[in-house]
Design a protein around this ligand. Sequence first.
Ligand code: SAM
Length: 262
Amino acid sequence: MSRPSRESPTWDPTQYLKFEEERTLPCRDLVARIGLQSPASIVDLGCGPGNSTSVLAGRWPTARLVGVDNSEKMLESARAAGVSAEWVLADMSEWVPEQAFDLVFSNAALQWLVNQEHQVSRLFMSVSRNGAFAFQIPSGEGDWTKALREVAESSSWRGRFPENLVDLRTHGLEFYYDILSPMSSRVDMWETEYVHVFPSTQSIVEWTSGTAVRPILDLLPAEQERESFLADYAAAVGRSYRSRPDGKVLFPFLRRFLVAYR
Ligand SMILES: C[S@@+](CC[C@H](N)C(=O)[O-])C[C@H]1O[C@@H](n2cnc3c(N)ncnc32)[C@H](O)[C@@H]1O
């Protein structure tokens, strides 16, 4: 169920930030529930365009902040956002800090790592005594993933993508609990299904094209093919979600949260 082993997708901060408010809300919810008074050092793994780092800076303005991401484009956008932090271009699956951090944080990024069992326990080693490891990951379950799979398996596209690329499900909380509880003094976990109100199903296509669908599009080198795939995907998404009487579309999106205290 981990992400398949392949190169990182190409990220587009502008596409990603089209839904900045909705994407940052779970980060705010996670930060609000972390029971640390004043962590002196915080690392934001997969910091993206700095939206999550900015929330961390808001709650703990005196902490030393480090943002780690392996996309130069995302880091450029983070630098421009004006949050006071050190920005590090690195693959978090290989990242080893010189000193432990009071808070190791990650919002909507750990799902991209392969071999999560190893990675999650490895990252917990970078948490200082009395510190915490806090993360949020999307579940990857929903009608849009079914629509994506339906298109990828249709006669036009069958065989073009590795099977596990289209399986976007992530692990349940019990998976992370079993890894982290032997090392932690306490583990808090919860799930929240956000229900976004969108003007049309095209917003669902836009939303997922900013994240989960990126590696799939990366496998289609020709612009025309990408457009054709997106058109098929948009049609499948259009069949999967029904408009409300006011014409809006509800987009349920399940996210999982965990805070492990050392
Ligand atoms: C969905 S964005 C999350 C951005 C931000 N943290 C937020 O709260 O919205 C995921 C980010 O993780 C980064 N990422 C994915 N795999 C990574 C890796 N192996 N190492 C470092 N960053 C990674 C991507 O470049 C992207 O910026």
